[in-house]
Design a protein around this ligand. Structure first.
Ligand SMILES: [Zn+2]
Length: 232
């Protein structure tokens, strides 16, 4: 109660604006106004073992279950949010979307029995410039709501890969193939791991990191992303 009163006072002095439309004031801990939250192009992939996310990895890597919280369209709400998250330092977008998706995944049968969450790591030099890892804050949100440990230190990016956006599909795969290293392989034995990233495009990054996990005996691999590009 006290906290609510205090928060109302804070909201009065510092109006809390929607991070998508920048207009409406919103309840204390949320990031979106009701209409922007309603308009998010959410996916229902978590209900289906075979879906548009898993299709992208078909014949390449064995995935138990996978889903993206929303679809990513050019100029859409999802794109606006992702660009604020990645390039304007709004890390709380990743965290809150992790909490939102975590609530959904908690009730999705296909995502039951996950032991650990591991986010796709950034190379240390990139982490230094950006100040945070967008996949890691998403993982933290998921972890909090799903009550599953987030082990972000257990995978490292050992090669500094140039940006993927200007590369062809084949180049993207070659680019990240040897980029990752698992630091605690023994701790992953026999575990069901949820590997998470910000946006799924070709899947090259998730595939390379996922293969590293599956090299460890007895592991089971699932994946979750904030958004999935509809067209690549
Ligand atoms: Zn809004």
């Amino acid at each position: 109660m006290l906290k609510t009163m205090y928060q109302s006072l804070v909201d009065l002095v510092f109006p809390h604006l929607c991070l998508s439309c920048g207009r409406d004031t919103i309840p204390n801990e949320d990031i979106l106004c009701l209409s922007c939250a309603y308009e998010l192009p959410k996916s229902k992939q978590h209900f289906y073992a075979d879906n548009r996310f898993t299709d992208r990895f078909w014949g390449r890597i064995n995935i138990h279950s996978a889903g993206a919280y929303m679809y990513f369209k050019k100029q859409g709400t999802a794109q606006k949010l992702m660009s604020k998250l990645k390039y304007q330092g709004h890390w709380q977008i990743g965290f809150e979307l992790g909490r939102k998706y975590g609530k959904i995944l908690t009730h999705a049968e296909l995502f039951a029995g996950i032991d650990l969450i591991i986010p796709i790591p950034l190379h240390s030099s990139k982490l230094k410039t950006r100040g945070f890892n967008q996949s890691e804050v998403f993982a933290r949100g998921l972890s909090e709501v799903m009550d599953i440990p987030n082990r972000s230190a257990w995978m490292k990016r050992i090669i500094k890969t140039p940006t993927q956006t200007t590369k062809t599909r084949m180049e993207r795969f070659a680019n990240v193939e040897h980029a990752f290293r698992i630091t605690k392989p023994n701790q992953l034995k026999g575990k069901h791991i949820l590997l998470v990233d910000d946006v799924l495009t070709t899947g090259a990054t998730l595939e390379a990191a996922g293969k590293k996990i599956l090299e460890i005996p007895g592991t089971k691999l699932s994946m979750a992303c904030i958004a999935m590009a509809e067209h690549i």
